[in-house]
Ligand binder design. Structure first.
Ligand code: FPP
Length: 247
């Protein structure tokens, strides 16, 4: 029985987030340069996006480039940006055909002009699609996002547009890049690393974490389905006890 067949369609996570890791190691194992790993990572992105939409996932967030990734060698950053531009422009039609909406979170203004422009066009041209939202995290880090939210809230308080005493969880959530997007119930990380790496720290407060040794370029929809089956086998207690959940 395949993992896909084992999935309970009534208990699907609404939002799955993915830390795509291991492109560099995958390339090294094959005696190639790191960029070769990123290029092959695109195939994994495509298959995962299609596979998620196929089973009815509503939100899929993928960590494509972190704030910290700007510190990589210049040639690798440039190659990643070019890959993003070419992938977004190439895949726009496929997104539309599959009724998938593209969104992006992160410090998008720090992206090179061409990348920013291509991204904004794809977001605009897919905005009416309703089957699934694909959220690309680009130049994203959670600490940057939280700092930004705090600054915005502090400014509103300073201008007397908001009372400090009225700030609650919802206020903070509404000032994050993910405003309007439900929190992920499942976070997947590839490549055998057990870290969160500054990704969606606020939003994953109650997410189930799933780690796999697969390197990202080898990841396919069946691996996504395996993660979802694992998620469905877990008991999500949200701080309560088992007996309370079965009532
Ligand atoms: C992590 O592997 C991967 C990245 C930093 C980039 C992910 C980008 C892609 C898969 C390509 C484009 C994506 C989209 C959405 C179009 P790593 O380089 O950190 O690998 P390592 O840990 O083995 O060095």
């Amino acid at each position: 029985m395949s993992f896909k067949e084992k999935i309970n369609p009534g208990k699907l996570p609404l939002h799955v987030a993915v830390i795509m890791d291991g492109n560099g190691r995958w390339a090294k194992q094959k005696g190639k340069i790191r960029v070769f790993g990123h290029q092959n990572g695109v195939k994994a992105v495509r298959d995962t996006v299609e596979g998620a939409a196929e089973i009815g996932i509503k939100f899929l967030t993928m960590y494509a480039f972190s704030t910290e990734n700007w510190n990589r060698p210049r040639y690798e950053v440039d190659a990643l940006m070019e890959l993003l531009v070419s992938t977004i422009s190439k895949e726009k039609e496929t997104l539309n055909k599959n009724n998938i909406r593209l969104l992006a979170i992160g410090d998008l203004n720090s992206l090179p002009g061409k990348c920013h422009q291509e991204l904004q066009e794809a977001i605009r041209d897919t905005s009416a699609n309703t089957r699934m939202s694909l959220v690309l995290a680009l130049s994203y880090s959670s600490k940057w996002e939280l700092m930004n939210a705090m600054k915005q809230i502090a400014t509103k308080i300073e201008k007397h547009e908001m009372e400090a005493s009225s700030v609650n969880e919802q206020t903070i959530a509404e000032h994050l890049c993910t405003k309007g997007i439900p929190d992920p119930e499942l976070l997947i990380r590839t490549s055998g690393e057990y870290r969160i790496s500054n990704f969606l720290l606020w939003q994953i407060a109650y997410a189930e974490l799933y780690f796999t040794d697969k390197l990202w370029p080898d990841f396919r929809r069946e691996d996504l389905y395996e993660a979802i089956v694992s998620y469905q086998q877990r008991e999500r207690r949200f701080g309560m006890v088992s007996e309370q959940l079965s009532k």
